[in-house]
Each structure stands twice: as structure tokens, then as C-alpha cells.
Design a binder for this molecule. Sequence first.
Ligand SMILES: *[C@@H]1O[C@H](CO)[C@@H](O)[C@H](O)[C@H]1NC(C)=O
Length: 236
Amino acid sequence: MRASYILPSIGLLASIFMSSTEAWDAITESMSSHDNFIVADGYGPDRWGCSFRDSQVHESGAGTKITIGKDSDLKPYSCGELIHRQEDLGYGHYSIDMIASNVVGQVTSFFLIANEDTEIDIELTGLNTKIGWMNIWHERKQHPISINLPFDAADGWHTYSFEWRKDFVVWSVDGNVVLNRSDIATTKPDETNYRLAINSWTQVNPEDNIHWAGHFQYPQDGRTPSSQFRNMRYRP
Ligand SMILES: *[C@@H]1O[C@H](CO)[C@@H](O)[C@H](O)[C@H]1NC(C)=O
């Protein structure tokens, strides 16, 4: 008898809770298929030494592999980017598993992006795969901080995540909190259109971020420079 009174009241509470918060949908992608992603093709920021090409993005049972090609007709190299089709993402917990490239100048990244100057990022660079860069782009300014990793990010899968809230962003690696920033504001989700993305690209311009990513040169030893990704998740 009592259960019939309790159940409707739980339902009522749930509906009050839902209506008082914004309804963002969760994302769970193994990344072994790209149906829910836009695979970038034929563009890339001018300051980079590569253009995104869908031919550099590969599906596999283990997730997604992005390789760097040296046959680009637009830039010295071709690289890859995937953007999840879901729009208007908001506060919550974002995570992914990655294996970084250890080729100097190559950047392996997971990021929430609204436009070129509004991002929350995790970036691993081939210059030093024992650190990870946690970054916020806000009002045309970057605020990167490097974190020492207790492993080599190119040696195997590790989980990188950030929890974005109104007043802070907390980054974690393999479930351990590594950074909490409440000193940098973020653009509110209802003011812009945040989307979730990954990419792997090359830095070739020596004036630009050279100490951060290094100067990319295609390996001469037959290796194909690559970054790997799997298990992209967003929990509102
Ligand atoms: C991060 O900092 C904010 C603001 O100081 C605090 O409320 C929050 O509990 C902190 N989170 C973690 C996981 O340290």
C-alpha cells in the first residue's frame, strides 16, 4: 500500500529536478565507428602545418586512430579531427581514453569547443609525453597548465577527464584529480554552442608554440605518426 504512495512522489521529485536544470544528453561512444561524428575534411587553421583529411581517420575495434600523412595538397601534412554531432553541450563530466603520439611536434587532443577562442582542453604533445597540458581558452586568451604524468602517455591507454561546472573545472588522469581551476572563468553553456571533439595535428611553425609541442618533422624510420582514442563519454 505504502509503495503506491512513495513511487508517485519520487516521480514528482524527479520531474521538478529535471525542469529546474538544463537537459543535456549524455554521450557514450566506443569510437570504433564514426556515425555520430563529423569527420573534418579539407580545412585546418592556417597556423598549423596540416589540413584535416578524412583519409587520416581510421576506425578499428580498439577505437579511432588518427595518422599524419605527408601527401597533402594544401599544407605540408594531412592530419585529422572528429567532432561529435551532438550540439549545445553543457556542464558535466567529460572523459576519453587516449594513446599520445611521441613524435615531436604532434599534438593529441580532447576538447570541448564553442569557437576558436572558447575551449576546455586536454592536450598531449610529442615533445614530452610525460606531461599533459590542461587548458582553458576564454575571451581570446589561453590558460594552459602542464601536469606531470606518472607514466608515458605514448605507451598505452589512459583515461583523461575534466569536470566542468559553473565555477570551476577539475581535470583528472586515470580517475585521480590533477588540477582544479576556479581562477579562470568559462563562457556559460547557454551563451554559446559547445561541442566535443578530438584531433591530432602537427606544429611546424617554429615561432608558434615551439617549446610546447616542438617542431614536427615526418619520422625517417618508417613509423606512421598516430594518436589513438576510445571511450568518449559525457555525463551531464
Ligand atoms: C574545486 O574547487 C572548487 C572551488 O574552490 C571547489 O568547490 C571544489 O570542491 C573543488 N573540487 C575538487 C575535486 O577539488
